[in-house]
Design a protein. Structure first.
Length: 349
């Protein structure tokens, strides 16, 4: 860890808060038309609310290249979440995450504010730095090559966005965001890929989103985030958690094999080598097998001790929507209660 990170004290963090369960979706794995993927996930999220899942999280994914097998994902999370808001009453609506450098931050603030207003204050605003150069070019955005300058520019955009949400003037003659949503400014999260960015997110007192496949191990980012938190600050750490149930670990792994190898083709360039399906599952952080197997596997994950929000991931591997619903029910009725009983006191260490 850098000297800047290491010099800050580790804040004591209470671990008695209930573990919150969300459902996260890439919406980039298609069993049919892209349109059907959207409709299936609206159905799945509505079912999740009926099972007591607290939040829905969707990733922003720009553009597609069908001739290369990339059919695209969800470019407009606020539109999708608006449709979901109309179908639900308690489900929190999360973006995981909006790629802010490809957007105009005031427009993001407006869209988020309107969604928050019509949903009764249910928005969780996840943001991310980055964006592929070719995607940036398509949007007329010049990417910043220098990592430090890029980080400063990103945080400046976040600060302007949250200031607008709080109702501060955005023009010289005092015009403000309409509607202003000050409380939403306290529900900002960051998708982080480095130890330093996780630490800075903690220092800012904002939430952190940690994915299943990271160059920096999730537990390192999680620990850095908690180290950055001010004393007494409430942590918000969402850990994406990919599962695949089966009658046994062996049976689940066999059924997941084809999908795992397909995903490995995407991830193999930035993750440690794997020479078997089991190793691939480990590299991709898949928790598989019976409910007891899945609960034990999640509990063993080194980042779990720091986690406040489990964001269940049911992308890929599944044959149809009904199989995803079955997995969701197994998780909410058997896995989640087992996880609730596991001490996460290590987050205070």
């Amino acid at each position: 860890m850098s000297s800047t990170v290491a010099s800050s004290p580790t804040a004591p963090v209470g671990a008695s808060a209930p573990l919150r369960i969300g459902l996260f979706a890439h919406l980039a794995d298609h069993r049919g038309a892209v349109e059907q993927t959207y409709l299936d996930h609206l159905d799945l999220f509505v079912h999740a609310e009926s099972l007591g899942v607290e939040s829905a999280w969707v990733r922003q994914f720009h553009l597609a290249r069908p001739d290369a097998g990339r059919l695209g994902g969800l470019p407009s999370p606020f539109v999708f979440l608006g449709a979901l808001a109309a179908r639900t009453t308690t489900l929190r609506l999360g973006t995981a995450a909006i790629t802010l450098p490809l957007e105009q931050e005031l427009r993001v603030a407006e869209d988020a504010a309107v969604l928050d207003a019509i949903s009764g204050g249910r928005v969780e605003l996840g943001l991310a730095n980055g964006g592929q150069p070719q995607t940036a070019a398509a949007f007329g955005v010049t990417p910043i090559d220098d990592r430090e300058k890029s980080r400063r520019a990103y945080l400046g955009s976040v600060d302007r966005l949250t200031a607008a949400l709080r109702g501060r003037p955005v023009t010289p003659d005092g015009e403000v965001l309409s509607p202003a949503r000050p409380e939403l400014a306290d529900r900002v999260w960051h998708a982080t890929l480095t130890e330093r960015s996780a630490f800075e997110t903690g220092r800012r007192g904002e939430g952190v989103l940690i994915g299943t496949t990271q160059v920096v191990p999730a537990e390192i980012s999680a620990a850095a985030y908690h180290q950055g938190l001010a004393e007494g600050a409430a942590p918000r750490l969402g850990l994406s958690t990919w599962i695949f149930p089966g009658r046994s670990r062996e049976e689940a792994l066999a059924r997941a094999e084809e999908g795992l190898h397909a995903k490995w083709e995407w991830a193999r360039d930035f993750l440690p080598e794997a020479h078997s399906t089991g190793q691939i599952a480990d590299r991709l952080t898949l928790h598989y097998g019976t409910a007891d197997d899945i609960a034990a596997s999640i509990a063993r994950h080194p980042a779990f001790e720091h986690t406040t929000h489990v964001q269940l991931q049911l992308d890929g591997l599944y044959r149809d929507l009904e199989e995803q619903k079955d997995a969701l029910e197994l998780f909410t009725t058997q896995v989640a209660p087992a996880l609730e009983g596991i001490s996460r006191a290590a987050v205070a260490a």
